[in-house]
Design a protein around this ligand. Structure first.
Ligand SMILES: Cc1ncc(COP(=O)(O)O)c(C=O)c1O
Length: 406
């Protein structure tokens, strides 16, 4: 895959820092640019379906906030976030089994992507070890990379991260373990209850901080809900789990609103870091989102999103079953937006993408999601922004491309 990046001449007065020089643009963004052609059926995007965005409900909420509390909605606010929304989140998480949480344990952030940046800033020293799943969320690697960690990959299988693989030696001096227990991006995998218990127990034994990133957890359309790592830790009296959540997948990503739930000592430090970054998350947005969630809108809205995503997921699973040649394997996610495909060992999905795009179908190759030892014969498919008809058509084309390539 050779994305066409024009060489830009930088004025000599601009001398980038070593940190800036080390930043590279996301492989996915480059791929998305290529797949913007309307004739391409793209399973490459990581975007939620716009069909789920509650436009009218948000409009009413913004109107209401501006009409009734306009002056404070347009004023600077506390770095920690809008107090009623922090309290709502603390209650919501308490309701889901997290013990001992108050609004003081919640920091509202400008999308959970900002949480990754702030946690990186506060917890990673250069060359310090950070434990990650194999594969893991590319956006987290991008965020953490600025703080120059050394990644150590924790062995994972088709059921996700293997807690037994976290040895004392692996965890030694690690800043934290970054974990995605629900419908992981990129694989769609979910950690079962036994592994969750084992993971929290292991972390407690090793005094290892775990960052639980869970933007997709509410989007479950099969199987039964699993306890969050934070709830298990809080029930065991272990304070070493930090949880990140987001309104991006349950309401809309353009709101740029997420949260961190953490021990107060860490929240205080994160607040200092956030102050330096953006003072606070947009007051008006936080107030409008509070208006929407406080009366239980998500209780009816999220099941509708799940029903839609389940149909699309089923359409993709049916098409894969019908068209894929022997030697290609995939998982059936219980929720979320992605599934993961394993190709025959000799196929490098990065090279396959060129052929696929020439045939008007796109996906994200697996390679960029690996912090270390890349598994090149893997790819991620997103099924939520493509109609069922196009899913069937796109998977058929992809299967043809794979057969030709084999
Ligand atoms: C696993 C994971 N974490 C964090 C994010 C960032 O989400 P946001 O900043 O929109 O809350 C994403 C976005 O897709 C994601 O997949």
């Amino acid at each position: 895959m050779k994305p066409a990046t024009p060489v830009e001449v930088c004025p000599p007065s601009i001398k980038f820092s070593a940190r800036a020089r080390a930043i590279t643009s996301s492989v996915i963004r480059e791929i998305l640019k290529i797949t913007e052609r309307p004739e391409v059926i793209s399973f490459a995007g990581g975007l939620p379906s716009p069909a789920t965005f509650p436009v009218e409900v948000m409009k009413d909420a913004f109107d209401r906030v501006l009409m009734t509390q306009g002056k404070s909605a347009l004023q600077y606010g506390p770095t920690e976030g809008y107090a009623p929304l922090r309290q709502w989140l603390a209650d919501h998480l308490t309701h889901r089994g997290m013990r001992g949480l108050t609004a003081d344990n919640i920091l509202l952030v400008s999308g959970s992507q900002q949480a990754l940046d702030l946690l990186g800033k506060c917890l990673i020293d250069p060359q310090q070890k950070v434990l990650v799943e194999t594969p893991t969320y590319l956006g987290a690697l991008q965020a953490f990379n600025l703080f120059e960690p050394q990644y150590a990959s924790v062995a994972s299988d088709t059921h996700g991260l293997q807690p037994d693989a976290i040895t004392r030696e692996l965890a030694q001096d690690a800043a934290f373990l970054y974990a995605l227990p629900n419908f992981q991006n990129p694989t769609g995998r979910t950690l079962d209850a036994a592994r969750r218990h084992a993971l929290v127990e292991r972390a407690r034994q090793l005094d290892l901080l775990v960052i639980e990133d869970d933007p997709y957890g509410d989007l479950r359309y099969r199987g039964s809900a699993q306890p969050s790592l934070l709830s298990l830790a809080s029930q065991a009296g272990y304070e070493g789990v930090v949880r990140m959540g987001s309104f991006s997948k349950t309401l809309a990503p353009g709101l740029r609103l997420g949260y961190i739930a953490a021990p107060h000592a860490l929240i205080k430090k994160l607040v200092q870091a956030k102050q330096a970054t953006d003072l606070h998350t947009a007051t008006l947005t936080q107030m409008a989102v509070y208006e929407v969630v406080k009366d239980g809108f998500l209780d009816t809205h999220v099941p509708q999103t799940c029903a839609l995503y389940r149909e699309q997921c089923d359409a993709m699973l049916a098409a894969l079953k019908q068209h894929m040649p022997a030697g290609v394997a995939w998982n059936a996610p219980e929720g979320g937006m992605f599934l993961w495909v394993q190709l025959p060992a000799h196929i490098d999905s990065m090279k396959l993408l060129d052929v696929a795009v020439a045939n008007n179908v796109a996906f994200v190759p697996g390679a960029p999601f690996y912090a270390n030892d890349v598994v090149a014969n893997t790819l991620r498919l997103s099924f939520v922004t493509v109609s069922k008809e196009k899913i069937a058509q796109g998977v058929e084309i992809l299967a043809r491309v794979i057969k030709q390539y084999s």
